[in-house]
Design a protein around this ligand. Sequence first.
Ligand code: CLF
Ligand code: SF4
Length: 293
Amino acid sequence: NNDAVSADLLRQTDRHPCYSFDAHHKYARMHVPVAPKCNISCNYCNRKFDCVNESRPGVTSEILTPERALQKFNLVREKLSALSVVGIAGPGDALANWAETRRTIELVKQSAPDIIFCLSTNGLLLPEYAGEIAELGVKHVTVTVNSLDPEIGRNIYKYVNYKGKRYQGKEAAARLMANQLAGIELLVRSGMLVKVNIVMIKNINDTHIPDIVKKVKELGAFITNIMPLIPAPGSAFADFPGTDTQELNHMRNICQADLRQMYHCRQCRADAIGLLGDDRSFEFRLPAEDNDI
Ligand code: CLF
Ligand code: SF4
């Protein structure tokens, strides 16, 4: 019944350091970098680095297979009692590597049924996979939505690869946005808590952000996380001005009137481990694989 589902969901969310401000000093997340490919091209991205939609630019995470991810999870779980969430946030797009993402969730779930799973995606493939995501028991999904208007979106995305076709310009933006919005609705209808990340890009989408927040609220999003543009070196936006904390918080304060805002995001690596402000990923090294020796 619905009440039971929502009570269970709220209990989970109380232990999720990104969805709950109170949880972020107590509970740790672990990102497993099992998703290297991406199906779109954002102008602020440099493919050599982690996905900017959920990560700190300029950082490259080592890719793990689902089996290695499980091995690492078991190692981390032993030493990090605060661990509550396993997230898949790249280094590319979680859904563009669906087989690996799904397998990782299945393996970790078998080993630790209580763990909370979290996915971050650009949303292009949500209409395809929302049903499977729900079946896996995932309750927390982040979708990055930077624009509702193809005229704005055309300045943010270089191309979108969808169902064997490459879209560019306005067409690419329109395709991506339609799937993002339809996807958010599907996730919400399946009882998931949707976080929407918005990258604030000066003179491109900044004045448009309150409209995005209003729209995703209408679709049932739980929270928005307005993030600063930190232009990745070598990306098309490399010379763009970054967004400073004051501008960012000003925008969050405006949008707070409509929807809950995240103020404590740390733009973590695709392989981050630990409390949000205290990355301990360097402490957890897997022994080399047999074929590495
Ligand atoms: Fe990871 Fe993202 Fe899940 Fe959190 S991060 S997939 S929702 S478990 Fe959190 Fe990191 Fe900010 Fe992301 S602080 S970048 S919001
Ligand atoms: Fe890069 Fe992430 Fe955009 Fe893909 S979705 S192009 S990995 S920033």
